[in-house]
Design a protein around this ligand. Structure first.
Ligand SMILES: [Zn+2]
Length: 100
């Protein structure tokens, strides 16, 4: 799969799609909730990322499963460790609202 912007071969990655939880009313007596904050567990989705321009494409579930299994099989133990570490870090950044 190539990047449709720059034709670079894309690499498989995992993205965290943030989920949101409904907020509490901002002020006492307000009936509606206007504050929504990032929360919940988030949703991990597979994506192709362009290493050149950074463009990313999310996949269908079927693509995701096929590619994820293939990519994982082809990884060295070091690459698997690095991927897991990176995913943990990005999860923590998302969870605590930290910048990259
Ligand atoms: Zn690209």
């Amino acid at each position: 799969m190539n990047c449709y912007k720059c034709e670079t071969e894309m690499v498989l990655g995992i993205a965290t799609a943030q989920t949101y939880v409904g907020g509490m009313p901002d002020f006492e007596g307000e009936a509606h909730s206007s504050t929504f904050s990032a929360g919940g567990t988030g949703k991990v989705i597979s994506c192709h990322k362009c290493p050149s321009c950074g463009h990313s494409v999310t996949q269908t579930l079927n693509d995701m499963l096929t590619d994820a299994v293939e990519a994982y099989k082809n990884m060295t133990p070091e690459e698997k460790d690095a991927m897991i570490k990176e995913q943990k870090e990005s999860y923590v950044r998302a969870e605590f609202g930290l910048k990259d």
